[in-house]
Ligand binder design. Structure first.
Ligand code: CO8
Length: 258
């Protein structure tokens, strides 16, 4: 993949890793990070050899928020006309599983970016927060919506109204984070999870992602029907025949993503 200004990219064994790389600004998310990250993720999504994507930052900061220096002179009409930061939906449109691996600060847009992934893992040193209130604004990349869905109204209100930070243990306890690991194990764990996913049928993992995400967007009845229909569809895949045959024959499945 071509060189990017604000991210590093790496591909190994079917897993693509995007590392946000603006160390001097604690990985603050300016428009270039948005463009680079979403361009890379979209390209990996279209690349048949990639089965899962990891997004990470540094040990000190996953991302300390949207770039306040870039935003400080932003006015209403510019932001509204350009639909500022709507471009991040290109990331949530990615159909392959996305793991966000958070070390250090994940604040404001950083917390919101971490929540755009499918599996959020964190180092014991991670700190999550929606401190926009301290700047006289509010979350604008999903913090009031995804955080509330993830940890419930009581804690989301606490975080967004006080701007306080939440450590990794509280984040795991609250349901924001899937797993916490020691800082030095963060990327290995992300890779292990990605490799586990990569060993499955890509069609099945895409369907899982679609089904779970639907739970956030519809009623239980409609979601259950949608899940059932997806399940019925999975019976039309070669990977279903292979997966079930492999179980019966007591061997590992050889999925072909077909
Ligand atoms: N934007 C720009 N620069 C930043 C940011 C940021 N969010 N965070 C840190 N930096 C810069 C600092 O300015 C500093 O640069 P310099 O050396 O040139 O002064 C450098 O990174 C290092 O930062 P600190 O010296 O502050 O490092 P500390 O270790 O002392 O503190 C903190 C670390 C606590 C993370 C601190 O930097 C901090 O509080 N950062 C701001 C956190 C914040 O408020 N984030 C929310 C931003 S608003 C947001 O995300 C809104 C998203 C929705 C937008 C939707 C638009 C439509």
């Amino acid at each position: 993949m071509s060189e990017f200004e604000t991210i590093l990219t790496d591909v190994a064994d079917g897993v693509a890793t995007i590392t946000i790389n603006r160390p001097k600004a604690l990985n603050a998310l300016n428009l270039q990070v948005l463009t680079d990250t979403t361009d890379a993720a979209t390209a990996y999504d279209a690349d048949d050899s990639i089965k899962a994507i990891i997004i990470t930052g540094s040990e000190k900061a996953f991302a300390a928020g949207a770039d306040i220096k870039e935003m400080s002179s932003l006015d209403f009409s510019t932001a509204y006309k350009a639909d500022w930061f709507a471009g991040w939906t290109r990331l949530t449109d990615v159909r392959k599983p996305v793991i966000t691996a958070v070390g250090g600060y994940a604040l404001g847009g950083g917390c919101e970016l971490a929540m755009m992934g499918d599996i959020l893992i964190a180092s014991t040193k991670a700190k999550f927060g929606q401190p926009e209130i301290n700047l006289g604004v509010l979350p604008g990349m999903g913090g009031s919506q995804r955080l509330t869905r993830a940890i419930g109204k009581a804690k989301a209100m606490d975080m967004c109204l006080t701007g306080r930070m939440m450590g990794a243990e509280e984040a795991e306890r609250s349901g924001l984070v899937a797993r916490i690991v020691e800082p030095e194990a963060l990327l290995d764990t992300a890779n292990e999870i990605a490799q586990t996913i990569a060993s499955k049928s890509r069609i099945a993992s895409a369907m899982v992602k679609e089904a779970v995400n639907t739970a956030f967007e519809t009623t239980l009845e409609q979601g259950l029907r949608y899940e059932r229909r997806l399940f019925h569809s999975s019976l039309a895949t070669n990977d279903q025949s292979e997966g079930m045959a492999a179980f019966v024959e007591k061997r590992d499945p050889n999925f072909t993503d077909s």
